[in-house]
Design a protein around this ligand. Sequence first.
Ligand code: FES
Length: 378
Amino acid sequence: MRRFEVVFQPGGRTVEVVEGTTLLEAASLAGVPLEGVCGGRGTCGKCEVRAKGKLSPSTSSERRALGDKLSLGARLACQARVLGRVVVEVPDASLRLGQKILREGVTRYVPLDPMVKKRFLCLSKPSLDDQRTDLERVLDALGEGRAADLNALRELPFVVRRNEFRVTAVAVDGTLVAVEGGDTSGRCFGVAFDVGTTTLVGYLLDLSTGEEVGASAAMNPQAACGDDVISRIGYLMEHEDGLERLHEGIIEALNELISELCRDYEVRPDEVYLISVVGNTCMHHLFLKLDPRNIASVPFVPVVSDPLVFKAEELGLKAHREARVVVLPNVAAYVGADIVGGILATGLWEVEAPTLLVDIGTNGEMVLSADGRMMACS
Ligand code: FES
C-alpha cells in the first residue's frame, strides 16, 4: 500500500500514513488532539479542518455540514481520506484543548496491605553444615513465602552471591517474584489509574508508606474516536481494527503517564510493582482489549465483571518486569469499576445515615447507601 505524508499546521507535526487513512486518524497518529465528538460518523461537524492536497471526494455528511465552505478547502477530518501528500490547517475550534482535570481529593485512613511486598534479608551463607538451597534460605528468612516464579529462581544464585547474601525479596501474595541486591525495601511504588471517558489520571503511591507521591493527568486519546462510550463502541464496530486502536491508544497514554510520574518524582519505572485501574465498564473493556459491543444493546452484557489481576507486561504497561495490574470489578454494563473505586475510597458501606455517592463524569453514576444496602444507577 502506498504511504503519504500529512502535515498539520500550525506546528508542522508530520506523519506518514497509508493511502485511505482519514485525516482524523492521521491527526491522532501525529498527536494532534482533534475533536471527534461523534466518533467519526460525520454528524457533529466538530472535526472541521482546511486541507490542501489529494483527498477523497467530499461525502454527503460533509456537504450537509460544510455547505459552501467545501469550495474554500474545508473538510471534515473524519470523512476526508488521504490519497496523496496533504497539508492540513487545524483551527483552534477543532482542537480538544483547555480542559481542566481534577486530580486532587480528600483521603481516609486505610490499613496498608499491598499485594506486592519487599523485605530486606541478611541471609546466612551456605556451608557444609547448612546446605539449604538458595530458595529455602530466602523463604525461611521471609517466614511467609510459599514459592518462587522461574525468573526469580534464575536470578537468585547470582544476586545473592554478588551481594554477600544481603538482598531484598519481592513477593506477590507470598510468591517470590524477584530478588534485588542490597536493601531496596524503601523503593516500592504503585500507580493507581482512573481511566475516564475523557480524561486519564494517574497517582504515584509509595507502597512502603501508603503516601501519595504525586499525580499526573492527560486527555484520553480515544476522544478522537467519539466523546461518549456509545460513540466509541460505534467506532470499533465500524472499523475492523477499531478495538486494537482504542486499546493501543489507552495503553500508550498510560505508559506516558507512568514515565511522566517517574521522571517528575525521581522513581525508576522498574520500581513500580503494582498498578490499579478503574474505569467505567466500556473503558475497562477497552483497556483490557475486550470487545464492549454487547454492553451497548439489550440485554447489556459485559464480558466480565469480576476483579482481575494480570502481569503488567501482558498488557504492555512499562513497569517492573513482575509488576501486577489489579483491575477492580464492574457492577454492570453502566455501573463500572470507577464507582466501585469511589465506594472503596469513601467507605460508603460504613456510613450510618442514608448517603448518596455521585460520580459526575462524562458518564454519570450514583450509589445510594442505606440500611446496610447499596443501590446503584447510571
Ligand atoms: S463530524 Fe467528524 S468527528 Fe464528528
